[in-house]
Design a protein around this ligand. Structure first.
Ligand code: PAF
Length: 281
């Protein structure tokens, strides 16, 4: 496994690999790797000749009052996990390598970044699409692997790839969950024992929403209302949003028809968790 820190070196390596006919799969991350990342890496390993993993806590996607400074950084443990998963290259750029002095260019996907996390985290998706766009130009992968846990991010990046003709295929992989259903996230480690226990209510309430749709409920207000009351009844979580959205556009739905996603963001203490479930009417 090679650790590469400079844009020039990784581009040279990838160009050579591609000239030799190798396929390149890419898993972008901010590190603090967990089993969710592991499942992306395993799929990437199965489907490509070369597996590239990036570790970069991207300052551009954090708001001024968010957790950039305290975001977990675990480079030695991440390298160990990557080695175990047979990663070929870990790309670990510095902020200066990614955003040299005088940096001025940003990528923005409109409309579908306005609601949900976009509303509560202004500028977040602009930061994500900018860094992912840069990473795609740097790593030049054939396939990009993203997690369904960050459903809006996955939909926004997929749209950017389509709209800007990046020559890459996006594969969205299922959310990996703890035994009690909590979606794996690097931010779970911020939770106290009590908050961690309470946070399992998120998946319980999403599963209830799916059952409710299967039983014939179609109105978003009814589905959202049920989730809201369960979270209030069973936890101290503070809700940022709960919504039903179109699976591709992420536009809010009043009525569920066909495939939709039920999404939520809830605070437990000072930790904000997101989760979602696909429903079919
Ligand atoms: O999901 C993440 O870890 C980040 O948003 C990503 C895609 C690596 C961009 O910084």
């Amino acid at each position: 496994m090679r650790v590469i820190k400079s844009v020039k070196s990784i581009q040279q390596f990838i160009k050579k690999a591609k000239a030799a006919g190798k396929t390149v799969g890419f898993v972008p991350t901010m590190g603090a790797l967990h089993d969710g990342h592991r499942s992306l890496l395993r799929r990437c390993r199965r489907e490509n000749d070369i597996v590239v993993l990036s570790l970069f806590v991207n300052p551009g996607q954090f708001g001024p009052k968010e957790d950039f400074a305290k975001y977990p950084r675990r480079e030695p443990a991440d390298k160990k996990l990557a080695k175990k998963e047979n990663v070929d290259i870990i790309f670990i750029p510095t902020a200066k390598e990614m955003y040299p002095a005088g940096y001025l260019t940003y990528v923005e996907v409109e409309r579908m970044t306005q609601g949900l996390c976009g509303r509560f985290r202004p500028g977040h998706f602009r930061g994500v699409t900018t860094v992912v766009g840069k990473l795609l130009n740097i790593v030049m992968p054939d396939v990009l692997y993203l997690g369904q846990k960050d459903a809006q991010q996955a939909a926004v990046v997929t749209r950017m790839v389509r709209d800007l003709n990046f020559p890459v295929r996006c594969k969205i992989c299922p959310t990996v969950r703890e035994a009690d259903g909590l979606a794996m996230s690097s931010r779970n480690q911020y939770l106290s024992a009590g908050q961690r226990k309470e946070a399992a209510v998120l998946y319980r309430s999403l599963k209830e929403a799916r059952q409710s749709v299967a039983a014939g409920n179609r109105l978003a207000t009814v589905i959202v209302g049920k989730i809201r009351s369960r979270i209030a009844r069973e936890s101290s979580g503070r809700i940022d949003y709960i919504g039903c959205v179109d699976a591709d556009t992420f536009m809010p739905l009043k009525r569920i028809q066909g495939k939709a996603i039920v999404v939520l963001a809830v605070w437990f203490g000072r930790t904000r968790l997101i989760d979602n479930i696909t429903v079919q009417a």
